[in-house]
Write a protein that binds this ligand. Structure first.
Ligand SMILES: [Zn+2]
Length: 943
């Protein structure tokens, strides 16, 4: 640390001492309780100094804390200052602290916003001046007016801007292993409520700070349990060797990729957002050295406002300059996360004309002080990121134009260092926001206005989602997802005639003259990736219509803006039952609700038609259900699921097979549970019962006696990793519930999560298949049966390093349209998402030296293949698309009495590719009749 920064710190401390004792805090006499200044918390200053491993890892903003009679500091409630080594706080205690603080000062308010998956209360905490917190509702209304410029005139906007305050939203604990920020935010709240330095007063008077203390509280508690059970005893040479198997109920990091807000915690925050409109949302993560501040680098989504792209680096650079001034090394921007995918949580702000912000702060998943070794060749950080290295992202200890002062060498890093960096950064961001509060509000208003104006000027004027599509349940889901994000959708009151075509009354209309028109365009358009040489941090494509296999028309005709449409609150497709007969035929148009219908009618006789049939004018495609039994129950189920049934007098004259209820298991490794979580989530949503099984159950054997279908979701990345999973250690690593650790052992228990299923497990899977079971492998899990010989004729390989597909939507060609897996699909070419699944091949008996004449034969068991090549990329980026040319996308390979269904794609990707879910569901529904298509082709007989 330099003499200069020591001097700065000394002066700052002296100043604070004077100001706190002298004036400020006594002035809070209007507080709920009588409080008074005692001065600085000497105990805090000494502790923090001791826990900060080097003087330069702190700043004059955070090396002190006021002590105020009647207002509890974190230590008063938690028993320790923030950042004490080996101390992490459970969520209940975090809430307890905020509630105690809110009870003691009018400057803090706690607002409940919902419940987590495991029932924990979700809250937003507000902190500001007495006046702003007392009049929060007024300030909420100001921002709502600026968010929708149609509600006020330009002159009124000026008045509102003069009176309003920006809400700056901070969020910690989205990723449960990134523990520091949720601790820090408690201290920050206390500091903003109590400190009377000029900076904090300026913040309090000009900004309303809102806080998500822990975005995933279930995961927080599980990770804290894991830390106290294992992490706390770790040393540099003795590591546990495995992380906790779960954070939230379903997902790990993907709560920050949940573009459709499927997870209840993310949805609660979105609902809150649309009420409160914070112009800035800032997520606090941990992974980079020492603090990375997001600046919105390329590739950038061109739909977002140019103002935003200027604001982002401006704030990041201000933080970098200020923190350098305080003498803190290792603060940098650029060179990490880009501005392409709109699915990160805080994008809810920029997608709605606000500003997303993000930090990555040096930290660990626990609270131990650990050694960091930087220097040439070392990336630093605690999470080596191979993708980042191959992406050519630079060494974090190297100087770059965007990292003028890297951290170097060897040093200890403590939780308090993490707190110091995060809190200094955030206070600096708040300093900027308070200094430019009016500019930020003007920009927010202008971005909202521009969204409407751009919509009027640009070529694309809106979207029509025609009514009368075969399956309206997926259309309804899509419209509801748009509505969930605040996008205005209407239903046309009469037939719509536009340059692009004529659409029936009731069609859904999305106009671009609305504040959230940018977001509508981002979600509905095809992604045209700006530069194939640029890598992106997450998905390259997300086009909703393609993902849902639903028809969405881009409209240029300006007349769409004048189409009369009734606003849609939420679409509830009501099913219909016509005809009076006792046998109900339900057309299979690809609705994912078909499997739900089967499950709700588990006690009824449900069959599938193996061929198309007609009833009057109505065509029932192959796969349609034929149901008999309790008519009232059947009608109710069909109606509530938005399906269409006809009551027939007699069963149709086509071959039928019983849709027996499958006994389903979903297999998960202990080391890679997230993509399994997405499949579990989909199964739970569509009411598909299943057992979640691990190596423990597999090794017990007799899988066939318990299950008909085992689904192995995308996981582990390779066959070897799927089989051997977490490397065994000298001592077992248990994941079990106990009196002390109540959050462990959820969603499965294990005495030792290491070692994987091993070859014994492989043998059990093989026995399962040979004995008649159906093994379904998704995405990278399809390496497993190929490489371990469960289906000897199938081989798998990988794309070359030149291939790059961060999630593209591409064409897939259905080769065996009569196979039950394709019930409900009416096209030969369908859009599928493909990233990095295996390249599959089927060995044939053809003599390679004497190939049969004509083009290469595709074996019958290849159900679907990729045409490949650039012409078949529908959205997003796939570099080297020729590599998947003619490769199988789905294979149905018999083996013994059973079969393996290989998906090279992931038909259950996050909560997104709804058009593909049906292939997985059809596999489950028709598990013991997967040859029905062949039967239907060869037989003409009528039963
Ligand atoms: Zn994170």
């Amino acid at each position: 640390m330099s003499q200069r920064s020591r001097l700065i710190r000394l002066l700052a401390c002296l100043f604070l001492l004077v100001s706190c004792v002298g004036t400020g805090i006594l002035a809070q006499s209007s507080a709920k309780k009588q409080v008074g200044a005692v001065g600085l918390d000497q105990d805090f200053a000494a502790a923090v100094k001791a826990w900060t491993t080097r003087p330069e890892f702190s700043s004059p903003l955070v090396d002190h804390l006021p002590k105020v009679d009647g207002i509890p500091s974190p230590k008063d409630v938690l028993g320790h200052h923030i950042g004490e080594p080996k101390k992490l706080t459970y969520y209940a205690d975090i809430l307890k602290y905020y509630r105690a603080l809110a009870a003691a000062t009018p400057r803090v308010k706690v607002l409940p916003i919902g419940k987590s998956n495991e029932g924990r209360e979700l809250v937003v905490v507000f902190v500001g001046s007495d006046e702003t917190i007392r009049n929060l509702e007024t300030y909420r209304r100001y921002l709502a007016q600026l968010a929708d410029p149609r509600t006020i005139s330009a002159d009124e906007a000026k008045e509102v801007i003069a009176k309003a305050r920006p809400i700056y939203h901070l969020s910690g604990g989205l990723h449960s292993g990134e523990v520091g920020p949720s601790e820090m935010l408690m201290e920050l709240t206390y500091r903003i409520a109590t400190e009377d330095s000029p900076l904090i007063k300026q913040i309090r008077d000009n900004v309303i700070v809102s806080i998500t203390p822990v975005a995933d509280p279930d995961g927080r508690d599980r990770n804290v349990d894991w830390y106290y059970k294992y992490g706390i005893n770790e040393t540099e040479t003795r590591r546990t060797g495995a992380g906790v198997p779960y954070w939230g109920k379903y997902v790990f990091h993907d709560d920050n990729r949940d573009i459709n807000y499927s997870q209840i915690e993310m949805r609660a925050l979105l609902d809150w957002y649309l009420q409160w409109h914070p112009p800035i949302m800032h997520d606090l993560h941990q992974s980079q050295t020492l603090l990375y501040t997001f600046s919105g680098q390329a590739p950038q989504n061109p739909n977002l406002d140019p103002i935003l792209y200027a604001e982002l680096p401006m704030m990041a650079n201000f933080e970098m300059a200020q923190m350098s001034k305080y003498g803190m090394p290792g603060v940098w921007t650029h060179g990490y996360v880009d501005m392409w995918s709109p699915g990160y949580l805080a994008f809810m702000s920029s997608n709605h004309n606000g500003m997303i912000r993000m930090y990555e702060i040096q930290g660990f998943s626990g609270a131990n002080t650990q050694k960091i070794r930087l220097g040439s060749g070392s990336r630093g950080g605690n999470q080596p990121d191979a993708a980042a290295i191959t992406a050519g992202r630079s060494n974090q200890s190297e100087r770059e134009w965007f990292r003028p002062w890297p951290a170097t060498g060897e040093f200890d890093w403590s939780l308090r260092n993490n707190t110091n960096y995060a809190e200094t950064g955030v206070l600096t961001a708040l300093q900027y926001t308070s200094a430019f509060s009016r500019v930020i509000l003007e920009n927010f208003y202008q971005k909202s206005r521009n969204s409407i104006i751009t919509g009027l000027k640009e070529v694309v004027s809106g979207y029509v989602i025609p009514s009368g599509q075969r399956d309206m349940t997926r259309v309804a889901r899509m419209v509801n997802l748009l509505r969930m994000q605040g996008i205005e959708v209407g239903t046309a009151t009469s037939e719509v005639k536009l340059k692009e075509g004529t659409f029936p009354a009731g069609s859904f209309i999305v106009k671009r003259d609305q504040p959230y028109a940018r977001l509508a365009k981002i979600l509905l358009e095809k992604q045209v990736y700006p530069d194939a040489n640029l890598r992106t941090y997450d998905d390259a494509s997300w086009t909703m219509g393609l993902m849902s296999h639903a028809d969405v028309r881009e409209i240029e005709d300006k007349a769409i803006l004048d189409v009369k449409a009734d606003p849609v609150a939420q679409v509830r497709p009501t099913g219909t039952v016509t005809g009076a007969g006792p046998i109900f035929a339900v057309a299979h148009y690809g609705s994912n609700n078909m499997i739900t219908l089967r499950m709700r009618l588990r006690d009824q006789k449900v069959q599938a038609a193996e061929k198309e049939f007609k009833q009057g004018e109505k065509v029932f495609p192959a796969g349609s259900f034929v149901i008999s039994g309790d008519a009232a129950k059947i009608r109710a189920a069909v109606q509530s699921l938005g399906l269409a049934a006809v009551g027939l007098e007699a069963a149709p004259s086509v071959p039928l097979h019983d849709l027996d209820l499958p006994r389903v298991a979903v297999y998960s490794t202990w080391g890679s549970t997230q993509d399994v979580g997405w499949v579990r989530f989909a199964f739970d949503q569509f009411e598909v019962p299943y057992d979640l099984i691990y190596k423990e159950r597999v090794r017990q054997g007799n899988l066939r006696s318990a299950y008909d279908v085992i689904v192995v979701p995308n996981q582990a990345g390779s066959a070897k990793a799927l089989v051997f999973d977490i490397e065994s250690r000298a001592t077992p690593i248990a994941y079990k519930k106990s009196e002390q650790f109540k959050n462990l052992g959820m969603y499965g228990e294990s005495d030792d999560i290491t070692g994987g299923m091993g070859v014994d497990g492989v043998a059990e899977f093989d026995r399962f298949v040979k004995a008649g079971g159906v093994l379904v492998t998704l995405g990278t899990a399809s390496y497993f049966p190929a490489e371990f010989g469960l289906a000897p004729r199938i081989d798998s390989s990988r794309t070359t390093p030149q291939f790059y597909s961060p999630g593209a939507i591409v064409d897939a060609e259905i080769l065996q349209p009569s196979h039950p897996i394709f019930y409900g699909y009416d096209r030969k070419m369908i859009p599928v998402r493909y990233a990095n699944g295996p390249l599959l091949t089927v060995r044939t008996d053809d003599n390679p030296f004497e190939p049969p004449p004509g083009p290469p034969r595709t074996p019958d068991n290849v159900l679907m293949r990729f045409p490949g090549g650039d012409d078949h990329i529908l959205s997003g980026l796939m570099r080297g698309a020729g590599e998947i040319r003619s490769r199988p996308a789905i294979i149905d390979q018999p083996s013994g009495k059973g079969r393996v269904i290989f998906f090279a794609t992931n038909p259950c990707y996050r909560w997104q590719n709804f058009g593909e879910f049906n292939m997985l569901f059809n596999t489950l529904l028709n598990f013991d009749d997967l040859d029905a298509g062949k039967r239907a082709e060869t037989s003409t007989a009528v039963p």
